[in-house]
Structures are given as structure tokens and as C-alpha cells.
Design a protein around this ligand. Structure first.
Ligand code: FPP
Length: 250
């Protein structure tokens, strides 16, 4: 890993909606598949930069449950690309302490991809520097429905529901998303990590995903760290005033 150019804080959960591969390719007179291939390079860059940038969990949206509506050729091409990525990156992920988990349904995926997923998940299970979660055939609403079906009459609170969502999307309990980045100019969540992003800061860029790099990540994180995250409370100075009024010592 290159030395960090970022300040360190407690590990963040960064979620990324990687959009704009197709337009990146079309703008260059290339087939859409070339955009996805270039997108895989951007994934490599961000996964490499993430631990040094203070990120402990990185969730990447690679294929939504609604993406099945794309032409079969594109869908097949994406699955082949995911499979190559998993096989090609396995050793590097392991060396870099990255634990990889696929979130979403796997039962509709081609057998070869399922097998690559199994090998990559088992092979990286000991990774502790970064938890990389790649969403494939993923729908946040389906994960919530899946969690509701696991409730089985027992009362739920937020913690239990979060655990059940992790069971339903097969990713285990994830920390709440701190920052959600969407590239490619659109400004929507597209059924990604809806529960987990309840208090996420949102950061949008027009940049196409294949052009996204370490500098963009640093810019997003710098803006994130400058934001006042109040989680429904009052801004810090008013908090202090209230504490003083209440006889607090802070
Ligand atoms: C959305 O952009 C992107 C996808 C549906 C695919 C995401 C896949 C990758 C980034 C490839 C590599 C991923 C991994 C995990 C190795 P779009 O193609 O819909 O872009 P458009 O809106 O410009 O058409």
C-alpha cells in the first residue's frame, strides 16, 4: 500500500454507487463493455486507496436487482468481468488484509461466478484492514423484506433488524454508512443500502466512474470531514450551552 496522504480517524463506512461506465465508453466511441472494464480499474484504485484513507468498510454497488433488465449480452459481460476480478484480485486482496463479501442474491448468478465468489470469500475471510462488500444482484428493499421474513414473531429493535438485514443480504451486520458517493451525475439512491444510509452524508459528482480516482476520493472525504454531523441533535456550540445551563462540566 502507498503511504497515506489522508488524516486518520476511526474507520469509516463508505458506500459508492459506481455510475457512468456506459457514458464514459460512448463518449469515447467505445462499446459499453469497455466502460465496465475501465470501471473495474477504478475499483482496483479505490480498494487500494481505501485503508490508507481511513475507510474500514467499503460497499460498492456493482449490479442491482433491476439491472437484469439490461440486454443479456451486457449482463453476461458484467458477470464475466466480476468473475475475472475476483480471480485476478484474490491474492492481492489477501496480501492487503482485505476481507471480501458479496451482498445480494447469489442464487440467480451463473455457477462459475458463484464458485468464484465462494473461493474469494473463503480466501479473504481473515482480512482485517478493510471489509470490501460488493453488491451483486442487490436490492435494499428486498433485503428489508428478507429481514422481515426472518423476524418470526419475536419483537425487533433496530439492532436485531440490522442483524437480520445482514442475514438477508448475506453480508453480516454492517456499520452504518458514513458517506455515500454517487458518480455519473445522477442524484438518487437507486435501492442501495437504504436502512444503513439513514444518516449517511451524500456526495455527488458528474465524473464518470472510470475517471474516479484517489484525488476524487480525497476531495469527497475532505468535504465529509468538514460537515457538521448532528444526527438530529443541535450544533456543537448550542450543545455546550445547554450542558452549561444544565450544570454540565463540558
Ligand atoms: C452503472 O453504470 C454501472 C454498472 C451497472 C456496473 C458497475 C460495474 C463496474 C464498475 C465494473 C467493475 C466492478 C467490479 C466489482 C469489478 P452504467 O453502465 O449504467 O453507466 P451509464 O449510466 O453511463 O450507462
Amino acid at each position: 500500500m502507498p503511504p497515506s496522504t489522508f488524516t486518520s480517524h476511526s474507520p469509516l463506512h463508505l458506500a459508492v454507487i459506481m455510475d457512468g461506465n456506459g457514458r464514459w465508453a460512448t463518449e469515447r466511441g467505445l462499446p459499453r463493455s469497455a466502460g465496465h472494464t475501465a470501471g473495474a480499474e477504478a475499483v482496483r484504485r479505490i480498494v487500494t486507496a481505501a485503508p490508507g484513507a481511513g475507510i474500514g468498510t467499503l460497499s460498492l454497488y456493482a449490479f442491482s436487482a433491476d439491472n437484469w433488465r439490461r440486454p443479456e449480452q451486457e449482463v453476461d459481460g458484467l458477470f464475466t468481468l466480476f468473475q475475472s476480478y475476483l480471480a485476478d484480485e484474490l491474492e492481492l486482496l489477501r496480501q492487503n488484509g482485505v476481507r471480501l463479501t458479496i451482498i445480494g442474491r447469489t442464487d440467480r448468478l451463473p455457477l462459475a461466478l458463484r464458485s468464484a465468489i465462494r473461493i474469494a470469500e473463503r480466501g479473504t475471510a481473515a482480512g482485517r484492514r478493510l471489509h470490501l462488500r460488493i453488491a451483486i444482484d442487490y436490492s435494499s428493499r428486498d433485503a428489508l423484506v428478507g429481514a422481515a421474513n426472518l423476524v418470526r414473531g419475536r419483537p425487533v429493535d433496530r439492532h436485531r433488524l440490522a442483524r437480520l438485514i445482514g442475514e438477508a443480504d448475506r453480508g453480516g451486520t454492517a456499520p452504518e454508512v458514513d458517506l455515500l458517493i454517487r458518480t455519473g451525475g445522477e442524484r438518487r439512491l437507486s435501492d442501495f443500502l437504504l436502512w444503513e444510509s439513514a444518516y449517511a452524508e451524500l456526495w455527488f459528482t458528474d465524473k464518470r466512474w472510470p475517471d474516479f480516482g484517489e484525488t476524487d476520493l480525497a476531495a469527497a472525504l475532505a468535504e465529509f470531514r468538514g460537515r457538521d454531523r448532528r444526527f438530529g441533535a443541535l450544533p456543537e456550540p448550542s450543545n455546550a450551552t445547554q450542558l452549561r445551563r444544565a450544570g454540565g462540566t463540558r
